[in-house]
Design a protein around this ligand. Structure first.
Ligand SMILES: C[S@@+](CC[C@H](N)C(=O)[O-])C[C@H]1O[C@@H](n2cnc3c(N)ncnc32)[C@H](O)[C@@H]1O
Length: 443
């Protein structure tokens, strides 16, 4: 770890967090939500129990630490928090203490020091916003892999090369002005520039307007981390795949990240971005990573990549209809009136929304309500096929089995698109999203 990076995080623990706020709210970084980790990394079959060991590498002021320790507390699982900055550790520890969390081990070391100490292996490793600040990110990833169990998984976030162009350009612009200034002087200069941006400035556009810059000006650690970091690199989609391969790992899925939507994976799907059928067919024939790479540059909206890594290549398995013995469940819970609303809007176009801008359109009615109600987290895929075939679709005069499977596949695709549904064993980990609720709206 370079001395400059070490000093930066001693001076500006990141992200800016006030332990006093723990009594008011729990931050839940979507990448570390165990229902997601289970679905995307463990095929829905993981037992989260007292043996489960998580590592948060470069834990900063503790967002992932707190969320993982909260989820694992009830089952006796533990979290190791690895962080070289003592100032950041003080904040993370105060947050954990404010919540009464005791399933945490604190380690004041770098990734390289810790992994050389041959700790017991981990089931899940979070490393978000850290590897791109290492002198040798590939070595960092290999080090982390050396402490991952054979069937373990990682949740990684690195900067996105394309969506971050505005930052790259800004850094080129100020580079000649940084020489001879210490970090505080650099910060003061940056604040002056940010306070009076020309209206076509790329940073303004990247952040979506003046609110973003106002937020930055109230958050010095964010300015330093975003615009004044002494060591950083960024990855495009192909870079992410190559990065994973460099440690003999595979990309199990892209996912969302704090501040960029809990369901960021939808941004990587061509059918969410391209409407033209001929073009869509042409793109769909390309390898998955080419499709995702297309999305990155077509949408232009990926300042970072958050993704899961596993040792085994799972391909797109988590996107497909789950295995017969798994039970799909509503990860985002339907509102209290969801099913009644669907029945009431019979034959009418409806939008199903999760309150964060994600929506799918369907036609309301009792059949749809009945169809969705069987996804109760207990019925397995095999049972769902039988229910659809024998009880719901049995008025159709054709091969019921294939219709049932196709219907199930279509419902799954629609409701999995924004992680509204995930799958696990019927008696497995099925904790729902604490933030979103599914509602029905008449169009
Ligand atoms: C941008 S912050 C991210 C914090 C946290 N992971 C998050 O997502 O909120 C980067 C953190 O990585 C830590 N870090 C930097 N180099 C490291 C290394 N070689 N080993 C472990 N941690 C490191 C820094 O001290 C800092 O707290």
């Amino acid at each position: 770890m370079s001395q400059k990076v070490r000093e930066l995080y001693e001076q500006f623990p990141y992200p800016l967090r006030d332990p006093g706020q723990e009594k008011d709210r729990l931050l839940m970084p979507p990448i570390d939500t165990l229902s997601r980790v289970n679905h995307y990394c463990f095929g829905g079959t993981k037992e989260f129990d007292a043996k489960f060991r998580a590592l948060v590498a470069g834990g900063g002021t503790g967002d992932s630490l707190i969320w993982l320790a909260e989820q694992l507390g009830g089952v006796g699982g533990s979290v190791t928090y690895l962080e070289p900055s003592t100032a950041s550790t003080r904040v993370a520890r105060a947050r954990a203490e404010a919540r009464g969390l005791s399933n945490i081990e604190y380690v004041n070391q770098t990734i390289s020091e810790f992994t050389k100490s041959k700790p017991d292996l981990f089931d899940y490793i979070n490393c978000a916003g850290v590897l791109h600040h290492l002198e040798d990110p590939e070595e960092g990833l290999r080090d982390l892999t050396s402490v991952l169990k054979a069937d373990g998984a990682m949740g990684i976030m690195v900067y996105g090369e394309h969506g971050r162009l505005a930052v790259t350009e800004w850094r080129k612009m100020i580079a000649p002005l940084l020489d001879g200034k210490d970090l505080l002087q650099q910060l003061a200069m940056t604040r002056t520039l940010l306070s009076a941006l020309p209206e076509d400035n790329m940073l303004l556009k990247m952040g979506g307007g003046a609110g973003f810059i106002k937020g930055l000006l109230e958050n010095d650690p964010e300015i330093v981390d975003l615009l004044l970091h002494p060591v950083e690199c960024a990855y495009d989609v192909h870079g992410v795949y190559d990065f994973a391969s460099s440690a003999d790992l595979h990309v199990a899925a892209f996912t969302g990240f704090f501040g960029f939507g809990g369901t960021g994976k939808a941004h990587y799907k061509i059918d969410n971005l391209v409407r033209d059928p001929a073009l869509l067919r042409e793109l769909a024939a390309k390898p998955l990573r080419d499709q995702q790479a297309f999305c990155e540059r077509f949408s232009g909206a990926m300042p970072l990549h958050a993704f899961y890594l596993t040792r085994e290549d799972k391909g797109q398995a988590a996107e497909m209809l789950p295995d017969a013995e798994l039970a799909p469940y509503f990860f985002v819970s339907p509102s209290e009136t969801f099913f009644d609303d669907l029945v009431a809007l019979s034959g009418q176009p409806v939008l199903i929304e999760d309150g964060t801008g994600n929506a799918v359109d369907l036609t309301g009615g009792p059949d749809l309500a009945r169809l969705l109600a069987v996804f109760d987290g207990k019925n397995t895929v095999a049972e769902l096929v039988a229910i659809l075939r024998d009880e719901i679709l049995d008025t159709q005069p054709i091969d019921m089995n294939s219709i049932a499977i196709n219907t199930l596949g279509a419902v799954w695709a629609l409701f999995h698109k924004f992680d509204w549904m995930l799958a696990s064993r019927p008696d497995g980990w099925q904790k729902t999203d604490g933030e979103r609720t599914l509602r029905v709206r008449k169009v």
